[in-house]
Design a protein around this ligand. Structure first.
Ligand code: FAD
Length: 474
């Protein structure tokens, strides 16, 4: 018998349900395949950095599979439709009996998989798995059988389900009896805009597991105090690995629980605080499955679609380039543009600024983030944007508008983070860093830094009026 594992968003050997299942029959011939779909990725605004990261991780997976006697085939098609055709032919050519894959939950991915299963029906058995979540979508519901729309009750029910579920991590599959293979062909690069490998995020599940172990052992106790300080590396920085499946959420949870056995009993602990973030990740994925319109970038709250957004390319570009004149926003955007990663507090501040200070449609920001992020993930990115834009489920209410200056004062009080990314403000003293032009005026100095492109107090009122008009149906 021949088993084929189709690797997609699960680029790891350990705790990979589809791979593990494909290898469970010691006598089967096991093959693996990865299909790049650059045109589809462009449509999904995937960042070139993320494509590069996928490629780098895939090289490691290819090596690790070969050591276990499993050859990895690599193919490039334009889009999902072409990948279905190619895979159908490949299964016939290799006389595949069973195809194994881990489910993806975005709408195009699900349609692709349905179509593939139709094409293979009667010829190849398809076995798919819920692998990228702690609990499968649809498994955490209200008493009335519906998806929760509010996070806190979702979390409560989620934790209850979690304690009843088997979420143990699986080991990497054992080497095949046929022995190790040598990797003869290095995988070609994708037909995608090139990007430099990230120095901050070395590829591979070993790097991810190492980071996870260190974080859970040494840092998680301080998570609640440090997680909102962008100048401190107080969060795990594991999102790029989770986004492409170089790491699984079960591995995160199990490692956390091994270090902090009282995890679920003490809700005030750093460990619980971190688990809470992993549950936000689950919440947004569960929501996306319950409400597929989210994949089409529809707002969760319908009336917000009537907000009359400003169509202003100059303002949008100033935000994208980190030239708004609001230091915390600009530093955040430059971190994103340079590294492909942005601290969570800053994602909230910069998203809020685009929507509530510039009154630009949140979808322009969602797209821009996706095109830059190394950890780009449709559900988390959409969830984050709809939260910040007050268009989503359990979002910030529209009348709560972040003040970018006081946010900076609160979360980067000495301006350490700001100075790192805005060297042009290096000489500005701590107590003036959030409003540098005021200081420059007093000192009669000229700063090589833009003046604020909008007046927060004034635009705040305009934004409130725009949301209120939309709500009234105007
Ligand atoms: P940690 O604080 O260590 O958290 C651990 C893990 O939990 C993260 O790696 C991530 O997988 C998950 N997580 C944490 N916070 C959230 C959250 N609010 N929503 C969903 N999952 C979360 N996260 C992405 O992975 N991809 C995105 O494309 C993305 N876009 C975002 C856009 C906006 C506007 C906002 C406000 C948030 C976005 N997030 C996104 C969520 C969050 O900012 C990042 O997951 C986090 O900053 C990653 O850093 P970390 O790994 O150090 O997080």
């Amino acid at each position: 018998t021949t088993h084929l594992v189709w690797l997609r968003n699960d680029l790891r050997m350990t705790d990979n349900k589809a791979l593990y299942a494909a290898c469970s029959d010691p006598d089967a011939r096991v093959l693996a395949v990865f299909i790049a779909t650059p045109q589809q990725w462009r449509q999904h605004e995937m960042a070139p950095r993320q494509a590069e990261f996928i490629h780098a991780n895939l090289l490691q997976v290819q090596q690790a599979l070969a050591e276990r006697g499993i050859p990895l085939s690599y193919h490039q098609c334009d889009d999902f439709a072409a990948s279905v055709d190619w895979l159908t032919a490949y299964c016939a050519q290799e006389r595949v009996d069973t195809l194994f894959y881990n489910r993806q939950y975005e709408i195009n991915e699900r349609q692709r998989d349905q179509r593939l299963e139709q094409c293979l029906s009667g010829k190849v058995i398809c076995q798919s798995f819920d692998d990228s979540l702690l609990l499968p979508p649809g498994s955490v519901k209200t008493g009335g059988g519906e998806m929760y729309k509010i996070y806190t009750p979702f979390r409560k029910a989620f934790i209850q389900r979690l304690t009843e579920s088997d979420v143990r991590s699986l080991p990497a599959p054992k080497p095949r009896a046929s022995g190790a293979l040598s990797v003869a062909t290095v995988l070609a690069g994708f037909d995608y805009p090139p990007a430099e490998p990230s120095g901050d995020f070395p590829a591979g599940e070993e790097a991810a597991l190492q980071r996870l172990r260190t974080f859970c052992r040494e840092q998680v106790q301080d998570y609640l105090e440090q997680r909102d300080r962008p100048a401190i590396a107080g969060t795990s920085s594991l999102s790029p690995y989770l986004a492409i499946g170089a790491l699984s959420p079960r591995q995160c949870f199990n490692r956390l629980r091994a270090e902090c056995p009282q995890l679920l009993e003490n809700h005030d602990s750093g460990a619980f605080g971190w688990l809470n973030e992993l549950i936000w990740r689950e919440f947004y994925r569960h929501l996306m499955v319950a409400y597929p319109a989210l994949c089409k970038h529809r707002p969760f709250i319908d009336w917000t679609d009537r907000v009359r957004w400003r169509d202003n390319q100059a303002l949008l570009q100033a935000w994208q380039q980190g030239a708004t004149g609001y230091p915390i926003v600009d530093a955040a955007m430059r971190q994103l543009n340079t590294t492909g990663w942005m601290h969570n507090r800053l994602r909230m501040i910069s998203a809020s600024f685009l929507v509530k200070d510039l009154l630009i449609d949140w979808r322009a920001g969602e797209r821009y983030f996706m095109a830059q992020l190394l950890d780009g993930d449709l559900a988390a990115n959409n969830g984050g944007w709809q939260w910040a834009a007050s268009t989503g489920t359990d979002a910030a209410p529209y009348f709560r508008i972040f003040n970018p200056t006081t946010q900076g004062e609160r979360f980067d009080p000495q301006g350490t983070f700001i100075r790192k990314w805005l060297p042009e403000l290096a000489d500005v003293p701590d107590n003036a860093i959030h409003q540098p032009h005021r200081w420059a005026e007093q000192q009669q100095r000229v700063l090589d830094y833009p003046l604020p492109i909008v007046d927060h107090k004034q635009v705040r009122l305009e934004t409130l009026a725009a949301f209120e008009a939309a709500k009234r149906g105007e």
